[in-house]
Design a protein around this ligand. Structure first.
Ligand SMILES: *Cc1c(COP(=O)(O)O)cnc(C)c1O
Length: 374
């Protein structure tokens, strides 16, 4: 079997046609019409009033949090098991991340642990949906209402997913997406901020483009950024959005096949197929070696690599990040579930362009061979 990368994007719709339109008309900057169309279509898809497309998911989070205008030094609740983009956005807005451990079944933030971490300085909760299942949002809504907290929803891995009847990306004051090539829809690099709040929208839109004042271009009352997205990227995004339902079906089919093939493999824990609030969308198919497995994920991944199967480790928790510890954060804090996930978890090839059934069979057989070694 040829090398199977952990991700290959699928670009088999109108991508080429739309990008060629950009080239033919010369509209390649952020001023082009695909940016507006992509923003409108995605907002409509998730049922939000406003959307602002930006250059990636990391800066989408940054603008989203900054646009809440929380007092400096306020605390933001967030999961420790996530990508560093989430913590960076909090810190760069002058806020303090406060971490929550994961739920061992869904791998998402354990919402039952939020309330005991609240202080008088807590002002927001960042919910990050992980790998395929959303955070259990209803308890978060209750806490947010009771204590007057804002909610930021990072839906980077959840395009098309629902929490009960609510689309992911539609919840809380402000939500964000990423369109990195391993996401359910991609623009190469790209991100989006969505909100129903006009103030948040106006601030994000202005700060994305250097905060030019309304009365005069090149006159600035605020410090902005250049976080613009190009028309070329938005052209890809629009074509990808047309394929979102198809992509979701493919991911769920991949999940079903992996699940069927791995269901009886007692050495590993596989993702839940569903919870009461959602069916798994399998952004990636993660597996977790069980406690008895004598080795950690890294070793199993190396052996899979020798069989031409590429994999990726799970997230490295925020409370173990040297860059954050250096900032004086999280000293001596422990989050056993997240640490266990990081040590024993990794994901199998899950990209839309690399999940044909025969490859999945090969991947699973290779994994079973590798696990038999122990
Ligand atoms: C991918 C991802 C991001 C970052 O997005 P980029 O576009 O790569 O900057 C943020 N949060 C989550 C949960 C992600 O999966």
């Amino acid at each position: 079997m040829d090398f199977i990368p952990v991700n290959v994007p699928l670009l088999n719709g109108n991508e080429k046609q739309y990008v060629m339109e950009c080239l033919d008309t010369g509209w390649i900057s952020s001023e082009g019409d695909f940016v507006r169309r992509f923003e409108e279509e995605l907002a409509q898809r998730v049922g939000r009033k406003y959307s602002v497309a930006v250059s990636n998911g990391t800066v989408a989070l940054e603008l989203a949090i900054e646009s809440l205008q929380l007092e400096k030094g306020s605390e933001v609740i967030m999961p420790t098991f996530t990508i560093i983009s989430c913590a960076l956005a909090v810190i760069r807005s002058g806020l303090i991340p406060v971490l929550i451990d994961s739920d061992i079944n869904t791998w998402n933030m354990d919402v039952e642990q939020i309330e005991k971490k609240l202080t008088s300085k807590t002002k927001a909760i960042m919910c990050v949906h992980i790998y395929g299942l959303p955070v259990d949002m209803n308890p978060v809504f209750k806490i947010a209402e009771k204590y007057g907290l804002k909610i930021i929803e990072d839906a980077a891995q959840m395009h098309g997913q629902m929490y009960y009847d609510k689309p992911c990306g539609s919840m809380g004051e402000v939500s964000t997406f990423s369109f990195y090539p391993n996401k359910l829809i991609t623009t190469g690099e790209g991100g989006m901020i969505l909100t129903d709040d006009e103030g948040i929208f106006e601030r994000c839109k202005s700060w994305r483009n250097l905060a030019h004042s309304k009365e005069k271009r090149f006159l600035h009352h605020e410090l902005g950024y250049n976080y613009r997205i190009t028309n070329l990227q938005a052209a890809l995004g629009l074509a990808q959005l047309e394929k979102l339902d198809e992509h979701m079906t493919m991911k769920r089919k991949m999940g079903a096949i992996y699940t069927e093939l791995l269901r009886d493999t007692c050495e590993i824990q596989i993702p839940l197929t569903e919870t009461i609030y959602s069916k798994n969308i399998y952004w990636v198919f993660g597996i977790l070696l069980n406690k008895k497995a004598s080795d950690d994920a890294i070793r199993v991944m190396e052996l899979l690599k020798e069989k031409n199967v590429d994999t990726r480790t799970f997230f490295h928790p925020m409370h173990l990040q040297p860059a954050l510890l250096k900032e004086g954060l999280f000293k001596d804090e422990k989050y056993p579930v997240a640490e266990y996930l990081a040590e024993k978890g990794f994901y199998l090839p899950s990209g839309l362009g690399t999940i044909e059934e025969e490859k999945l069979l090969y991947i699973v057989n290779s994994l079973k061979e590798v696990l038999r070694i122990f």
